[in-house]
Design a protein around this ligand. Structure first.
Ligand SMILES: [Zn+2]
Length: 443
């Protein structure tokens, strides 16, 4: 597979740091950002690289030459006229014979490309966008996708948002079929996202690949400092799904949001004090934050899955306002007991995902390569403790929820008990040697 690295564009400068260097040449840990990208691609067996440069980007070929020192074959495409971010595809019809990678050359990333490519191939989409939650969704364009991952639209940060939205931002990395390149007929100025991605969204042929791996833009001095620090601390590499991941699985009701019976209306979704701060600390640590929740209200017919999705989006928005995000969320809509008025019979099954069964954790494990032994389950009921125990995770019981929910007549006891999520998380992270305060300060 070939990769096209877009280093042309308007020749953006990160002046405060780079002086007159093009942004892909800005050093992080002593190497240009682009060199980190090339190393990551080559490690994944992607060696045929086409780098698009503008007239201002001549330092790029001067530094990388033909790429042989990096184990790559680098070809350069010099833009005579600005072609936007996507117009260059018209010049590559002969080169692109099959699926290809398209990415921006000014992003710090380190990922398992084979996982991303396999996901793209299975999805059947013409183009798959790498997407992830971030700490400032209110200030980002977000993707709206259905449960199968197909993108229905891009919601601009400049438009008022009347409804809760999913914290899912487009990172600027794509795997695409040849038809995406063929769509660009003439080498004229075309924006990759606004025109090309938008076209395939309208055709219902664009999909998202949700990942917790490290992809960050270093567009401001603050973000640049953060990326340098993450590289130094090994977080950039650790988050690659080639490596086993550590996760803190979180229950929802009584753990993240206030427990006042099951939430069936948006207004009832309220975060517990300190929950966003706790999750923000997880976000700045090597751990993933993944919510796993039983929602039998769906089986009982009290909310539809669409309404439940809105409730979850509201939770994400409330977290996002405080700079926190969940790497993912899994819910079980089922319940085994039949015979109630209004119930949805199709959900009344003995499933494998309802906690204390571990179906949701297994799904997360498969997607995020999670090592259960290095992971934790935190929740306010003995059912959560049992779930964590069944998966082989360490467990923490919180006393923040409803003390009557779940009966402690169990032979399985939690490893630790804390009053709040904040205390539980700071215990886990301090045990792990991750300094919570250090990262909090740079926010
Ligand atoms: Zn289930």
């Amino acid at each position: 597979m070939i990769a096209i690295l877009q280093a042309g564009g308007a020749g953006t400068r990160l002046k405060a740091i780079s002086g007159n260097l093009p942004k892909p040449m800005v050093p992080i840990g002593g190497k240009p950002i682009l060199e980190h990208e090339i190393n990551n691609l080559v490690e994944n067996g992607i060696t045929e690289l086409y780098i698009v440069i503008s007239k201002k980007g001549k330092s790029i070929p001067q530094y990388f030459g033909d790429g042989s020192s990096w184990g790559a074959h680098i070809h350069y495409l010099m833009e005579e006229e600005p072609l936007g971010t996507g117009g260059v595809l018209a010049l590559l019809h002969d080169v692109i014979q099959d699926d290809f990678i398209f990415c921006f050359a000014d992003l710090m990333f380190h990922l398992s490309w084979s996982k991303f490519i396999a996901f793209h191939e299975q999805s059947g989409a013409a183009i798959t966008a790498f997407a992830h939650p971030n700490s400032h969704p209110y200030d980002s364009d977000v993707l709206v996708a259905d449960s199968a991952g197909f993108i229905s639209r891009i919601e601009s940060k400049n438009e008022p948002r009347l409804l809760p939205y999913e914290n899912l931002t487009n990172a600027g990395l794509y795997v695409a079929k040849k038809e995406v390149a063929d769509f660009v007929v003439d080498p004229v100025k075309i924006d990759f996202e606004k025109v090309i991605l938008q076209h395939f969204i309208e055709q219902q042929k664009a999909n998202v690949y949700r990942s917790s791996e490290y992809v960050k833009d270093c567009g401001t001095p603050e973000r640049y400092e953060m990326v340098c620090q993450d590289l130094k601390e090994g977080i950039v590499f650790q988050k690659s799904l080639d490596h086993p991941q550590k996760c803190i699985f979180l229950d929802r009701d009584g753990t993240i949001n206030r427990y006042q019976g099951y939430v069936t209306r948006l207004v009832e979704m309220e975060l517990l004090p300190g929950a966003a701060k706790a999750i923000r600390s997880i976000n700045h640590s090597p751990y993933l934050a993944i919510c796993v929740t039983n929602q039998p209200v769906v089986a009982r017919g009290e909310v539809t899955e669409t309404e439940l999705q809105m409730i979850h989006r509201k939770m994400e928005d409330l977290l996002g306002e405080e700079g926190a995000y969940l790497d993912d969320l899994y819910y079980c809509p089922h319940h085994p007991d039949k015979g109630f008025p209004g119930e949805r019979i199709e959900y009344k099954i003995e499933c494998s995902c309802r906690k204390p069964k571990i179906g949701m954790l297994l799904k997360a494990q498969e997607h995020y390569h999670i090592d259960f032994k290095e992971s934790w389950m935190i929740g306010d009921t003995y059912r959560d403790v049992e779930t964590g125990y069944n998966a082989g995770c360490k467990t923490i019981l919180l006393t923040s929820g409803d003390p009557h929910k779940g009966t402690p007549d169990h032979h399985i006891q939690p490893d630790f008990v804390f009053p709040t999520l904040e205390e539980a998380v700071s215990f886990v992270l301090s045990k792990d040697g991750t300094s919570v305060d250090k990262k909090e300060k740079t926010k």
